[in-house]
Design a protein around this ligand. Structure first.
Ligand SMILES: [Fe+2]
Ligand SMILES: [Fe+2]
Length: 322
């Protein structure tokens, strides 16, 4: 760091000098760096000591994950688990009848919904409803959480579409896309807890929201994998969560990991394109390249199809899960 020149002595009648902005900037910079170091150390310690708190899922969702992870269940078992929670039952029926899922006629019972949509779709609906209510429970960072939810939902749709287009046998496509960034809302809660503890114990005050991005970048895949284990998600979902930014590091080279990675990038690229930050041509080129690097051959016309579908399905999905 360069030395800051000492101030010249001033006469009492000289005009009041400006404050020394470079000194102020240096001090602020050092404060931010020290705080970041503390946050990194604290989050790493929470991970190591198993103190990360996963967002709380309703017991129905946890039980449904446990049940559907086995092969020995019947339709009535699935119905029996869901109907224990009236709120979720009502939401499942509403979602099953929405434009996003609806078939030719309205379903009026849970049994019918499970029969018509299938166990996997109903499990996905229950998880999506539960995930949304778990992360939107706290009002403090509602905008951040809403943004994370909307990105998750769009990524879930795109992953499912990639699975369909590429004929990948993937029951977990929607779930993997939906939960790929589950580490982020978890870290929001962690940072709020850390801020409270530092304020109370050491009088250190800061705005957690200022540090979300840097902590997300560093820890969200690792923390997401911990949440996946605590929620008992299928192991392929856990891998998609852990490796969605670096699919080549997935030792199993599971196509779901690659599909979630491509879907995630497509959602970001779509966002940039809609803001006019990239041209459609750049958008197509980028996604084709990203997919090839992840081991999925996706052509430009397929990207076009995915893009159109993503926009249309997203509005329907948002309305379905509202
Ligand atoms: Fe991510
Ligand atoms: Fe993402």
């Amino acid at each position: 760091m360069t030395a800051t020149p000492l101030p010249l002595p001033r006469r009492s009648d000289s005009p009041r000098p400006e404050a020394f902005p470079s000194l102020e900037i240096d001090r602020e910079q050092r404060r931010i760096e020290a705080l970041l170091k503390t946050l990194r150390r604290q989050v790493s310690e929470d991970i190591r000591e198993d103190r990360i708190e996963a967002p709380l899922l309703p017991s129905v969702a946890v039980e449904l994950m446990r049940l559907t992870a086995t092969t020995e269940f019947q339709l009535r078992d699935v119905v029996g688990v869901i109907e224990r929670d009236q709120f979720i039952t009502a939401k499942v029926l509403k979602t099953a009848n929405s434009a996003f899922f609806a078939g030719t006629r309205e379903v009026t019972s849970l049994r019918e919904a499970v029969q018509r949509l299938g166990v996997v779709n109903v499990r996905d609906i229950v998880l999506a409803i539960s995930f949304r209510s778990a992360i939107l429970r706290d009002q403090r960072y509602k905008d951040v959480m809403t943004h994370l939810w909307e990105h998750a939902l769009m990524c879930a749709n795109v992953t499912r579409q990639i699975a369909k287009i590429k004929r990948l046998p993937m029951d977990e496509a929607f779930l993997g896309g939906l939960l790929h960034d589950i580490g982020k809302p978890t870290l929001v809660i962690s940072l709020m807890n850390i801020e409270k503890a530092l304020r109370e114990r050491a009088g250190i005050q800061f705005e957690p929201g200022d540090y979300f991005q840097v902590v997300f970048d560093e820890f969200h895949e690792q923390v997401g994998a911990l949440v996946a284990s605590s929620w008992r998600l299928p192991s392929v979902c856990r891998r998609a969560i852990e490796y969605h930014h670096r699919p080549s590091e997935d030792a199993e080279h599971n196509p779901l990991v690659a599909a979630v990675h491509v879907a995630d990038r497509l959602c970001y690229a779509l966002d940039e394109e809609s803001q006019g930050l990239t041209s459609p041509a750049e958008f197509f080129e980028e996604i084709v390249k990203v997919a090839a690097a992840a081991g999925l051959a996706v052509s430009a016309p397929e990207v076009d199809m995915l893009m159109r579908d993503a926009k249309e399905a997203h509005d329907k999905a948002l309305a379905a899960f509202a």
